[in-house]
Design a protein around this ligand. Structure first.
Ligand code: GLA
Length: 738
């Protein structure tokens, strides 16, 4: 891992065993991008673009003949000087002029990875990362921008962020500050993103990049189920296991823009950052602003290579370290069993059965504070309804703890119902636009988290339940997008800041709570996966991926999220059949097999299970407990499948001695009876024994030829294979020795 400067200090080369990132300063002032990709030893100017005189163009005082700024690979582009492509940065000066020119001033290496002020970000020890800081300035506007590049040891990962400082005497308005802007060479690319909707998150979108701008975004106030703050650009031939992939992910939970532009010459510019349409930040002299961190990930081993990098980064350098490598508890969640109709009797009954099955964490979901059994009431007050639960949460916690299980509680801290006491007491605490009716979402409004007193109130509510150690786990929900995005407390010239201030407010509450109660495991949730993003993952360690618990749909949802998140961060529950969301019927085994390589839980009414089903659950939980210590740290791969009728995953232990494979058959179809499923990333030198059949295969054999599955006349059938390294397999003798 090193950051190397050329002798004349014109070129910087950031490199480790996997990647190189090269920039050059032209004429002492223009910072341009030269290369990002597989590691090279040294950059000596190879592949520099040739410019030619052309019509309808601009001319520049630059030593490169015929250069056009509209075709110049600016590292951090602004608009106004002849680069007409998507800009990464913009400020409006006090005069009202929208014009910025960022010129290079200096660069230096910073040890390790400096901590960002108020935003979630990846972290690293001093010997795990190295950081380049580049300073650019617009002297006329009095603006200084610091560009940060943190290179992680050995991996194809660079963490990027920008800090802007007002070094002048005028108040400026920051209109746009993208976290990454990357120039890619002219060739054919495909764009891959993750899209969805409530209860159908994590879908993969892949299409050829075409001339013009292609963008994915959220203006919903949170990262949203509609688009993940992520995209990848890759060659059309890239597969799960081969080909180059450049990917981008924003560590942020609010409005974002992810876009790519294919220009007139086939060059590609890719950007990700705060959404400029909902952002305008007043920056007075001496003030600074930090943009969220974004991750730049390069893989030359296809999409699985990209996922490996993200999984490693997020499990070891983003989620709370205290949970990264510890066994996650098997939980039972009350939602699909009781919905809001909770009672102490039901709870006691469920908890007793759960304990017998080996469940370790009992989660009381929504309903405990509601005045009735609907989602219409009481949100915001957070007082337990003692008619439903006599003795309150304390009594429930004692009951669960008394059975030797941990106790988890559901909250939706940001929401408030009109009929709550809080609403009557503080009508000014909601996001609202004077003169207009507020918009409800799931019968709720949203608290204005940009207000200090609102944040203090939420912290005090959580303090009340967490301070005595009553609660071991919190499910942190958020069930609607942001509307009426205005704060009554914010001055007129700061109205453009509210969307971002809301997210900063959320982070502050989470920061306080996680600092005060580090042992409490938090599971993020937002109507399922509507705010499943790396910003939240910095605080929450696991996320409920979707309200859809149907095993068939889950194969798609979890495959999609597995592109970027390690399976241990993805909550997956075994629920009842027919499934409450889809009406689909799948076997108990199928539901379990689809969940077990992820963060396993159960969400069903145990009193309605048959004796056989209860016995099956007990076996599943016991098996999972035996395996989770290697599986929750395993390398996870999406395996190549012969056709779209199958989904195949494997978890491989870090020492590659153990491997669990799941093959999901969508529908029985005799046409597909002879497909092969090649495995990935085993050690080709090892022999592996399949534990059910006792058969031994070489790692190379399993990867090059692949396994096959028998014909089973059943839709949604799952085949599982558990391979363990074995010594002393029978080698085939060659002809001579016979
Ligand atoms: C959301 C969550 C569910 C459940 C309900 C409770 O929809 O995604 O898991 O917690 O809220 O109201």
């Amino acid at each position: 891992m090193s950051i190397l400067f050329s002798e004349d200090q014109k070129i910087v080369h950031i490199t480790n065993a996997s990647i190189s990132y090269v920039m050059e300063v032209v004429d002492g002032k223009y910072l341009v991008h030269r290369y990002f990709g597989k590691a090279i030893r040294q950059y000596r100017g190879c592949g520099e673009p040739h410019y030619f005189k052309r019509g309808y163009n601009t001319e520049h005082r630059c030593s490169i003949p015929n250069v056009s700024f509209d075709d110049f690979p600016f590292e951090y582009p602004t608009r106004g000087h002849g680069d007409f492509r998507i800009p990464a940065f913009a400020v409006t000066q006090e005069s009202g002029i929208d014009f910025t020119e960022l010129l290079f001033k200096s660069w230096r290496v910073v040890e390790g990875k400096p901590k960002m002020s108020v935003l979630p970000a990846t972290f690293a020890e001093k010997d795990e990362a190295e950081t380049l800081e580049i300073v650019c300035e617009d002297e006329t506007a009095g603006i200084r921008v610091y560009l940060y590049y943190s290179l992680f040891k050995d991996k194809g990962i660079i963490a990027r962020h920008q800090r802007v400082e007002n070094i002048g005497s005028q108040i400026v308005k920051l209109q746009n500050i993208q976290s990454i802007s990357l120039e890619l060479p002219a060739r054919d690319y495909e764009f891959l993103s993750i899209y969805g909707t409530h209860a159908k998150e994590g879908n993969i979108n892949r299409f050829p990049v075409h001339h013009g701008i292609q963008r994915m975004e959220s203006v919903r106030g949170s990262s949203s189920p509609q688009h993940q703050p992520f995209f990848a650009l890759m060659q059309p031939q890239t597969t799960e296991n081969a080909g180059e992939v450049y990917s981008f992910h924003l560590i942020y939970s609010g409005n974002f823009l992810a876009q790519t532009e294919l220009d007139q010459f086939g060059n590609v510019r890719a950007q990700i950052g705060l959404h400029p349409d909902t952002f305008c930040w007043k920056l007075a002299p001496q003030e600074v602003f930090d943009a969220p961190e974004a991750i730049l990930n390069y893989s030359c081993q296809g999409l699985n290579g990209m996922s490996r990098n993200f999984h490693w980064l997020y499990q070891h350098h983003l989620m709370p370290s205290r949970f990264a490598d510890v066994n996650r508890p098997v939980l039972l969640n009350s939602w699909e069993a009781m919905y809001c109709d909770v009672s102490l009797e039901k709870l006691e009954e469920q908890a007793e059965l759960a304990k017998r099955l080996g469940v370790e964490l009992y989660v009381l979901d929504d309903g405990w504070f509601r005045a009735d059994n609907t989602t219409h009431t009481s949100m915001g007050d957070w007082k337990c309804n003692e008619q439903k639960l006599p003795g309150g949460v304390k009594k429930v916690a004692e009951l669960i703890h008394g059975k030797g299980m941990q106790f988890g509680l559901w909250f939706e801290p940001e929401a408030i119902c009109k009929n709550s006491e809080l609403y009557k007491k503080h009508p000014e605490w909601m996001l609202q636009v004077p003169g207009y009716a507020m918009t409800e979402g799931r019968h709720e409004y949203l608290l204005d988290l940009s207000r200090q007193e609102v944040r203090e109130y939420l912290i005090s509510v959580l303090d009340f339940y967490l301070k005595d150690g009553m609660v071991d786990y919190v499910k942190w929900d958020m069930n609607r997008p942001l509307t009426d995005v205005n704060s009554l407390a914010l001055e007129q010239d700061r109205k453009g800041e509210i969307s971002h201030r809301y997210v900063l407010g959320l982070y502050e509450v989470l920061e306080q709570i996680t600092k005060r109660y580090p042992r409490v495991l938090i599971e993020g949730c937002s109507s399922g996966g509507a705010r499943f993003d790396p910003g939240m993952l910095y605080y929450v360690a696991q996320n409920w991926a979707s309200d859809n618990t149907d095993a068939f749909d889950r194969t798609q949802i979890q495959s999609g999220f597995s592109l970027i998140y390690p399976p241990v961060a993805i909550g997956s529950h075994v629920s009842i059949t027919p499934n409450h969301q889809t009406g689909r019927k799948t076997s108990f085994n199928t539901r379990y097999q689809v969940a077990r390589q992820f963060n396993l839980g159960y969400e069903l009414d145990l009193t309605k299970c048959t004796e056989e089903e209860m016995a099956e659950i007990a076996v599943q939980i016991a098996e999972h407990k035996k395996e989770r210590s290697w599986m929750q740290k395993a390398f996870f791969y999406r395996n190549e499948v012969p056709n779209e009728n199958y989904v195949a995953w494997s978890s491989i232990s870090r020492d590659r001695e153990e491997c669990l494979v799941m093959i999901f058959q969508k529908f029985f179809n005799p046409l597909y009876s002879h497909g092969k499923f090649p495995l990935t990333a085993l050690n080709p030198e090892y022999d592996y024994r399949e534990t059910t059949s006792g058969k031994i295969y070489g790692g190379d054999e399993l990867m090059e030829i692949g396994i096959s599955v028998p014909t089973v006349k059943e839709d949604f059938h799952v085949f599982t294979f558990h391979f363990v390294r074995t010594e002393g397999s029978t080698q085939m003798k060659n002809c001579e020795s016979r």
